[in-house]
Design a protein. Structure first.
Length: 314
């Protein structure tokens, strides 16, 4: 999410910030890693680096530490997700300290990129490390799906789902495993939004740390990441094709959000009927809706209608 509107939009009614934080939390819940850890450790890093201005900030920081580190490690994933969250929170706190007035989306994307770069270096120098990560991810996802299928069987009176449907579900799991870095990156962005909103809200009382979706934007040069990902997929560049797939998924989701932001900005928001149509489209025509939003988002890279109308900061 982006920063709040400029002074030229002072006449626009300020909406409460907690629904945005809640929406980001729901996105973070899609992560294979524990969302509580992805939120708690960046919040703790913010408290340690930026300081504790009020007692309630310290209380929540202590709760965050308990959430993050309490309990006995069950598998290698326990260390992996905490290591990632520490890198993520450290980068975000450092970038916030270095550039406190930079838009949230810029700092959050920089943090994900920095954490990913450090992780890539560590995995590259340790033989078999990436294979171990993949095994942990696959094991978690397969166990999760198996549990869901068992629950569905019990709800149906002991009758399992059709073999064809089960096969389709596991095929979808395989595809998700292939792009789990992109999915983790998107969930991490959302978790950083929740942590930043909570820290600012508790430290200053301001609940506008994460701005409305209609102002969401990011560096226009990131379009080359999407273009590079598409090229790697088209050229089927061996192992790099997977890198391309993750780049396309990650940037595609960001451009879909940017496209939605442009539409919301130009329309002035959705009515109840508009939200009903949107939900209908997402349920029954998801490829069409998502593709349309991505096209609008990519087009905004060059047209930048909102900036022309004075609606966002550069």
């Amino acid at each position: 999410m982006e920063s709040a509107p400029s002074a030229g939009q002072a006449s626009v009614k300020v909406q409460p910030g907690w629904p945005r934080a809640l929406g980001l939390l729901l996105v973070a819940l899609t992560s294979l890693a524990q969302p509580s850890v992805l939120v708690a450790l960046p919040y703790l890093a913010l408290g340690l680096v930026l300081g504790v201005h009020r007692p309630r900030v310290m209380v929540v920081a202590m709760l965050a530490a308990i959430i993050a580190f309490l309990g006995v490690p069950q598998d290698g994933g326990w260390y992996l997700e905490r290591g990632w969250a520490l890198l993520l929170g450290g980068w975000f706190a450092a970038l916030t300290l270095r550039r406190p007035h930079s838009p949230f989306s810029h700092r959050a994307l920089g943090s994900v990129a920095g954490a990913a770069a450090v992780s890539a270096v560590v995995l590259a120098v340790r033989s078999g490390a990436w294979q171990a990560v993949e095994w942990v991810v696959q094991d978690r996802m397969v166990r999760g799906v198996a549990g869901a299928l068992e629950a569905a069987r019990l709800m149906r009176g002991g009758q399992g789902l059709s073999p064809a449907l089960v096969t389709t579900i596991y095929e979808a799991v395989d595809k998700q495993i292939a792009v789990f870095p992109a999915m983790l990156g998107l969930a991490s962005l959302a978790a950083l939004g929740v942590a930043w909103w909570a820290y600012v809200r508790l430290a200053t009382g301001n609940d506008q740390a994460v701005g409305p979706l209609r102002y969401f934007r990011f560096n226009d040069h990131l379009v080359w990441v999407l273009i590079g990902g598409v090229l790697l997929l088209v050229l089927r560049a061996g192992a790099f094709a997977r890198v391309g797939a993750n780049a396309v998924v990650f940037m595609g989701a960001l451009y879909a959000m940017r496209g939605a932001a442009v539409i919301l900005f130009l329309s002035g928001g959705l009515s109840l009927f508009g939200y009903v149509l949107l939900v209908f489209g997402i349920i029954f025509l998801p490829p069409l809706v998502v593709t349309g939003a991505v096209v609008v988002g990519i087009g905004d890279t060059w047209l930048d209608v909102r900036k022309r109308l004075g609606g966002t900061r550069a």
